[in-house]
Ligand binder design. Sequence first.
Ligand SMILES: Nc1ncnc2c1ncn2[C@@H]1O[C@H](COP(=O)(O)OP(=O)(O)OP(=O)(O)O)[C@@H](O)[C@H]1O
Ligand SMILES: [Mg+2]
Length: 905
Amino acid sequence: MSSQGISSDQVIAKLIEMGFENSTVIEAVQAVGPSFDDAVEYILNSRNRNGDRVTRSSKCRSSNAKVLSKRALTSSSPLGQMRQSSMLEHFQSPGRPKRSRIDVVANVSSVSRCEAFPTNVEKCKQPPPCERFYNRNLLEPVTVYCSQELDVGSDWEEKVNGLLQKQFGYSSLKNFQREALAAWLDHQDCLILAATGSGKSLCFQIPALLTGKVVVVISPLISLMHDQCLKLAKHGISACFLGSGQPDSTVENKAMKGMYSIIYICPETVLRLVKQLQKLAESHGIALFAIDEVHCVSKWGHDFRPDYRRLSVLRENFTTSKLKFLKFDIPLMALTATATTQVREDILKSLTMSNETKIVLTSFFRANLRFSVKHSRTSSPSSYGKDFDELIDIYVRKRKTGEKNQITFSRELNNASDTSASTSISEVDENTENDLNDIEDGYSDKDDEEVNSNKKNGSQASKGKELSVEYLENEADIFQSVDDWDVACGEFCAQYPLQDSDIIGSSETVNPPERSETRLQHISETSEQGLTIIYVPTRKETLSIAKYLCGCGINAAAYNAALPKAHLRQVHKDFHENNLEVVVATIAFGMGIDKLNVRRIIHYGWPQSLEAYYQEAGRAGRDGKLADCTLITNLARVPSLLPSKRSEEQIKQAYKMLSDCFRYGMNSSGCRAKKLVEYFGEEFTYEKCLLCDVCTNGPPEKQNLKEDADIFLQVIAAYYGKNIPVDGSYNDVISDNEQKSFMEKPTLKTFISKMREQSQKFMATDLFWWRGLARIMENKGYIKEGDEKPHVQLKFPELTKLGMEVLRFKREETFYVYPEADMLLSLSKPKTYSTFSDWGKGWADPEIRRQRLERMQFNKKQLKPCGSRRRRKPRKQRKRKSSKQNPDMRTVRGRIVAKISKRYC
Ligand SMILES: Nc1ncnc2c1ncn2[C@@H]1O[C@H](COP(=O)(O)OP(=O)(O)OP(=O)(O)O)[C@@H](O)[C@H]1O
Ligand SMILES: [Mg+2]
């Protein structure tokens, strides 16, 4: 026993735990006796005695060692709880003969990353810089010297795998992770495009563990940073996050002193801390800059953050030319799960990533996700009962009796949605009554989607609030600020020992895709109910749906950026601790969040893009088990662009993205997973996913729509006065004198009225049929949008050259196509009268007319008290406006036909 009251064995054990070599420790204890301080001193001095390199930081070594030894003796937690994985353990092959000892120190000014890692991953010529240990309470960095020269060699991967196993509990790296790490070892910039839940985070976490240098991760949301830090801490890795506008700079100061292995930071803060980060690079070394969710860089992406665009400062300020102590530019690693080819190019350019940037691309396909699309009105609480019946069944009816339901919907939030709830009962009838009219409204003459959106949101706005773009923007959570929580920063110290329960995921997390049916055998179903996230477009809907579900006995909570920050944190906490069953959220929730047992994602209403949709759907099934991604939306309504500040260019792009999303929903014949991955530019190697609604139910029957297509082409050609030339040389560009002014341009609806007028057969064919057919004909290249302004759905159809040729030469004998979702919907609409003319004739009978008028009067009266006047008014306005725009409406016949057809539809 020493004077400090510990035995030689205890000192040896502690020193070994700290990562010192066995033989070195024994030698030291034999030399100085059972004194922890002296043994550390002895080991450190022995290196100097051996004539190893001494550098600046060696001056503070002994004080650091003292701090460490003091902590080791006083800390109640075992030392092991403070340490990160030892470089030695990962690089030294067992039984390998010892090499000369090298004193490696914290000052990395003389030790570049290349010294720690070879350029060609064949041979490591230099040792790694150092390993740092952290005291959980003091968070003092302590330099521990690696006593052996490293030889990473070609088996670096095995060593990383060992580290993976120990630190994370994973058996091996995935292929794309291996590629990304190899690029980083080679000092290359790297753009990683891999599916949601594939494990991208590991690509930037491993470098921190390997080098002992700091990894700086740029992340868009505090909740995401928090989530990742928490996970790292559980895996024994110290991390912190730095948001913007922090009143207390303690964590930031510690971070800039290199006290955390991984620093999560928002883009604004990176821009502010460039100088400090340069100092950090000099004092401790920065292994890499990771830009997570890098699609936020791109204006063409779905979640553009202007500050992300300024991240080119990373390339400008952390190069060898700028920082003389660097031997290589600090590599950039950019990661995302949702980037189209255009977005990828924009990322590379905006971040000024090197020309040799390695692009690591994996399949975007998530084999265990079951995609489907369903139709619903979704516009009011009256739809909830039908739409969430299955969900209620899952959570409530099947729940074991006696289990107490915990309602997490707070009183204040409850009050917020009272308005919508109070109208729900009276709206049921009204909605049923007006269903068809409402559907027709979805494509009105005043069909500017943005305007429609304002109208829609406006009707949802709380009473007393003025309807303004700002208010609507506020309503929709279009742009999520980084400060989504009530904390600006936080630190997470490594926690040891690792519990089994802490090891999240397994090597089976993502099943490698395989061919055809055998693939499905790997996807296990689970009986657990798991969690559900319902994504809705507006904040108000988060509240009303959460309230509805709570009323049904589900543990549901609302999440949107306008709710109190403390509530948002609580929801996150409850979500992670499985205290919630359903989170009803705007886009503010979920990006990057890794929760294994999310069993279903429901999009209730149109998402704004397929990127957003796929990103949000990607929260499901991260345990590799079967999970559902359902889009429930009003297929009869053309989706609208939620208001936001956009440049003209961005508006065009936003419409394009929305239109792609709309077409995804309308698709009735192609595998949904295939559509999604192909959207991201991937060639889908399987024929189908075998899981989605289209794969399982099969496509609808093909129909020969030759006659429909012909009349459609004819009325367009007739309008533009096109005498079909004999040689079929129709020019796409309408000459100046033929070109009508914007206001005069006929809309799709105008052409539909013409077709109804001209053909007995098509008199009763409704809008959705033609709308769907117009899309199909547009895809075939027969017609095109004639307006310069972008639209989600073709609005001003014009003939193309091909369309003209088809018409002129009657090239196609048949026109077999799969009717799309809205076309099928129009077929399924209940029709009171067997034919349109039957219904029309009814007006001629005085008794029938009297009854109908009475009913209309009655309905009008009924609608007034339940707030439907707001809904009716715009319809009247539209009629007036349309009569100005549409010459047909000026004639009595035109008006009657339009009125009757509207009533019918
Ligand atoms: N090598 C590996 N072996 C097994 N599982 C792994 C491996 N790497 C990562 N994982 C698992 O992958 C899961 C998802 O990881 P991560 O959060 O990094 O995904 P991501 O690709 O960033 O997804 P997102 O795009 O949604 O942010 C983790 O919970 C982890 O369990
Ligand atoms: Mg991620």
